[in-house]
Design a protein around this ligand. Structure first.
Ligand code: GUN
Ligand code: ZN
Length: 484
């Protein structure tokens, strides 16, 4: 399948792919539609920004088989946008059993004209023992091989399973790739999302991405909370399904990109969507349950698509790192999760664009953006024609090079250009240790690289404690004490 990538940032992208019912621009959310419970009419979902939706083929198969076969899924739901169907694997995960076979449900999905079909994969729960996860995965792989026969008019999504075993996740991605899907759908993560084990989700995504080619469309099954979207997109996920908008509404929970609120604890509504502009929190609480549920579901959808547009705009402006770094601060588990990317420098480096407009430092995580390492590599190649070279921590001081956290050593002639010249970074005295250590690490490599040159390093006294054990070709001079 053709996945046209329009713009990129971090490992994320804005892309377009074609389905039998038209093109879909990613990243996007597929609202989950229960064909038997009408909360919001499916044809109205476009108004919120939906370009595609997902429904459950197993429920249709069990409850409205004849009608679905006769009308097709689009006419049954009364929609003209692309429809993905899920196989019943989720029911398998929740209830342990389903009354349909793989081929049967695949053939049904194809016959009802689904745009994207899914085999009956086995969503092994997190922390399953290795052999269980492996045996489940073997079944999933066999079912995916069978599914490839149904590829044709419908696109085929191949689920990636393997529980929390990262080698199995990679194996699953490798096998799916051999089989050849149109979409690769990371599954079995709902229990991780529900328990806020975001670091496990991040690890799984990164391992899977390390196997998949960059032009593979990636779906993250069951990650419907807007709090997670920017992170997942930044790691290269393109599609999400959201049952959350409806499930949370049912429980009087109000989604925001920075977490979930219970309606009962809201004195004010921190949103200006049509629902929140019309009603107060108190009015929502006082109305009848069914009316409130619909309104909360609408709000939940508005904020979810708003977050997607915000992410797409960030990709356009190439400041997705900045957006992610603000979102990870809404929950400590997100912060912990994002810090894992530090261990995947090479992967990130293969994706993240080289040139951006700006660099806004938001905290220690900013130190691990590829641009910092790339800058440190690049300055190693700067030619030095003097035998004694001055490096200073003070831009007001005339020098050949400057030292600035988190980048490290900067040639005077590079002070105005990207990234340093386009960066907003607090003064060194106010920065976190990590950023200073990162800069000193860059300095050390620079000094070692030019071991035949002599350096004079002029720094404010504040720097002194970080400058231990530098190579012998540098003499340190304290700027504060000059002229005493
Ligand atoms: N929906 C949420 N998780 C899953 C999964 O692992 N597989 C499938 N097919 N659907 C899902
Ligand atoms: Zn709202």
């Amino acid at each position: 399948m053709d996945f046209e990538i329009i713009d990129k940032d971090v490992m994320g992208r804005i892309g377009k792919f074609k389905t039998p019912h038209g093109k879909v621009e990613t990243p996007t959310i597929l609202p989950v539609v229960n064909p038997n419970i009408e909360l919001i009419p499916p044809k109205d979902l476009k108004k919120f920004g939906a370009e595609m939706l997902i429904t459950n083929a197993y429920i249709l198969y069990r409850t409205r088989r004849e009608e679905a076969l006769e009308k097709g899924v689009h006419r049954l739901l009364d929609v003209d946008i692309p429809v993905m169907t899920d196989s019943g694997s989720y029911q398998l995960m929740m209830y342990g059993d389903v009354e349909v076979g793989n081929e049967e449900i695949l053939s049904f999905q194809s016959e009802i004209g689904s745009d994207v079909i899914v085999p009956l994969d086995i969503p092994t729960p997190p922390d399953a023992d290795y052999n269980t996860a492996l045996n489940d995965l073997k079944v999933t792989i066999e079912r995916e091989k069978t599914a490839s026969k149904f590829k044709g008019k419908s696109l085929l999504a191949l689920p990636i399973q393997g529980s929390t075993h990262l080698d199995l996740r990679k194996l699953s991605a490798e096998e799916a790739l051999k089989i050849g899907g149109d979409v690769y759908a990371i599954g079995g993560i709902v229990p991780l999302m529900d328990t806020y084990r975001f670091h496990d989700v991040v690890r799984i995504i990164l391992e899977v991405k390390s196997v998949l080619p960059s032009n593979a469309v990636v779906h993250l099954f069951g990650a419907g909370h807007p709090m997670m979207f920017s992170i997942a997109v930044a790691l290269g996920c393109d599609l999400f399904d959201s049952a959350a908008y409806a499930l949370y509404a049912k429980d009087d929970r109000y989604l925001t990109p920075y977490g979930t609120k219970k309606l009962e604890e809201l004195h004010y509504l921190p949103c200006s969507c049509p629902v929140c502009s019309k009603y107060s929190a108190e009015e929502l609480r006082e109305m009848e349950k069914t009316e409130r549920e619909v309104l909360l579901a609408k709000h939940n959808l508005y904020v979810s698509f708003e977050e997607i547009r915000r992410i797409k705009q960030a990709i356009r402006e190439k400041n997705l790192f900045e957006l992610v770094e603000s979102r990870i601060r809404v929950h400590p588990n997100l912060l912990k999760a994002w810090r894992i990317v530090k261990n995947y420098q090479e992967l990130l480096d293969a994706y993240d664009p080289f040139i951006k407009r700006s660099f806004f430092y938001t905290g220690i995580e900013s130190c691990y953006r590829p641009v910092v390492r790339r800058h440190q590599e690049r300055v190693l190649n700067v030619e030095i024609d003097k035998s004694e070279v001055v490096i200073s921590s003070d831009e007001g001081d005339l020098a050949d090079f400057y030292i600035k956290p988190p980048f490290g050593v900067i040639p005077a002639e590079m002070l105005e250009s990207y990234p340093v010249g386009h960066s907003e970074v607090p003064q060194a005295e106010l920065m976190e240790e990590e950023a200073l250590k990162m800069a000193v690490e860059g300095l050390r490599r620079f000094l070692e690289h030019h071991s035949d040159k002599r350096f004079r390093l002029r720094v404010s006294s504040f720097w002194m404690k970080y400058l231990k054990d530098l190579p012998e070709n540098v003499v340190i001079e304290c700027l504060d004490r000059r002229g005493d």
